[in-house]
Design a protein around this ligand. Structure first.
Ligand code: IMP
Ligand code: MG
Length: 419
């Protein structure tokens, strides 16, 4: 059993988030000990209600304990001893926390919506914990407020995979509200194009709505688009038919990015291209290679689709080859599984978000929230944004809308308390 478990675990770590799995494991204990699945045979409704209230209390206590462990980790971060925190011993993969997480309050909030404590057959799940973490993060941001910058991934976060942001999308009105409050907005997407027109075609619903809105120009200018993870920055322009104009690189590049040489960029893309071609050959994939100025991708030939395993194998193999290559040690890159394709880009979303922070005058990580769908450690691109700011992990554009509504609800509550 142990061996089998370990083998499974080793093979699937790239598909797990260790902090979420660990919290899920902690919540499983009271679930196993206190849930009353047999109560349904006895038809005693009061026993079910009592079970729910017991489970609620126990889950809340656990979330409070985890909250304290995170506070202790933050204290260690400040003292320069993060490697020695108890949380780091328990979950070695945890990184930097930009703010505390209000996990107990967030659990109460999500439990009142998802009725997690009332379940007696299904324990607290990965998605329950993911959503509690999102709520805890935004509660902390709103209470510590104000949020100064929100960055959004594109595919799966603002629109369905491969689609575009249509005028009827529910997220548009919410983004306009954020901008009307003076919050800066960045769309930080992997989609890498040199021309503003290509971004306009993906984002036209939002860009046209901003253009047509009553917002004063200085608020309309609070949106930027960062393409190719961290390679192309565009700003709003009321006079451009595409609503966007490129910002010259020398105006926004971070100092370290200025050191990336063209030779290294080409060498890294050559290495990535040959790794992708190797995958195509080994797995007999019906695929095409797309080589760009700052990225290279493997997409299915027209009418084809890759299996999930083929995408995962390709991205893990390519990432490994790049990691051990000399140029991969000199230059940051991001190899990721886009759901139906695999891309390797120069730089990553940590650089992309940081460049947006700099562009808007030097916004801190603790005042920035990145919302995305790709947070698994290997083969995902939003994951890197965690190095630059706080994050929320959503699973669909509908969840993005729900998260923005949650933020505005919390904002109103804070406003009410302040009065
Ligand atoms: P995101 O979810 O907004 O980060 O977009 C990811 C998707 O953009 C990928 O899965 C690709 O389908 C698409 N894409 C288009 N051009 C590029 C590129 O140059 N690099 C990476 N992804 C690209
Ligand atoms: Mg995405």
């Amino acid at each position: 059993m142990t061996t089998r478990y370990r083998v499974e675990y080793a093979l699937k770590t790239h598909r797990r988030d260790q902090l979420i799995e660990w919290i899920k494991g902690l919540l499983a204990v009271p679930f196993v000990l206190h849930s009353q699945p047999t109560a349904i045979f006895e038809e005693r409704r009061e026993r079910v209600a009592q079970m729910a209230s017991n489970a609620h209390r126990r889950y809340a206590e656990i979330m409070r304990d985890v909250e304290e462990l995170i506070n202790d980790h933050i204290a260690n971060q400040k003292a320069g001893t993060a490697e020695r925190s108890k949380l780091k011993l328990l979950v070695p993969t945890v990184g930097t926390f930009f703010t505390p997480l209000l996990l107990q309050d967030a659990f109460m909030y999500q439990d009142s919506r998802r009725f997690i404590s009332s379940r007696c057959f299904v324990p607290p799940s990965f998605n329950d914990v993911r959503l509690i973490l999102n709520t805890a993060q935004i509660m902390s941001l709103v209470r510590g407020g104000p949020i100064e910058l929100m960055t959004f991934d594109g595919d799966v976060t603002l629109y369905d995979d491969g689609e575009s942001l249509a005028p009827e999308s529910a997220v548009i009105r919410r983004i306009l509200t954020l901008m009307s409050k003076g919050i800066n907005v960045g769309i930080v997407t992997a989609a890498g194009y040199l021309e503003a027109m290509k971004y306009y075609s993906r984002l036209h619903g939002l860009l046209d709505a901003i253009h047509a809105s009553q917002l004063p120009l200085e608020l309309k200018e609070k949106i930027v688009v960062m393409g190719g993870e961290s390679n192309y920055l565009f700003r709003y322009s009321s006079s451009s038919p595409d609503r966007l104009i490129p910002v010259p690189r020398h105006e926004w590049l971070l100092d370290d990015m200025k050191l990336w040489s063209e030779e290294d960029i080409n060498e890294l893309l050559d290495t990535a291209e040959s790794a992708l071609k190797g995958s195509i050959e080994t797995m007999h994939l019906d695929a095409q290679i797309i080589r760009k100025e700052r990225g290279v991708g493997m997409v299915p030939s027209p009418g084809q689709r890759f299996a999930r395993e083929q995408l995962e194998e390709t991205v893990l193999l390519t990432q490994k080859i790049l990691e051990i290559s000399p140029v991969g040690r000199r230059l940051p890159f991001c190899a990721f599984n886009g759901g139906s394709d695999v891309f390797v880009d120069i730089g990553d979303k940590a650089w992309g978000v940081q460049a947006c922070q700099k562009f808007f005058g030097g916004i801190e990580g603790a005042k920035t929230l990145h919302i995305g769908d790709q947070f698994l450690s290997a083969g995902a691109n939003d994951f890197k944004a965690r190095l630059a700011c706080t994050t929320a992990w959503i699973a669909s554009p509908t969840e993005t809308v729900a998260l923005l509504d949650e933020i505005s609800e919390l904002d109103q509550l804070m406003e009410f308390k302040r009065k």
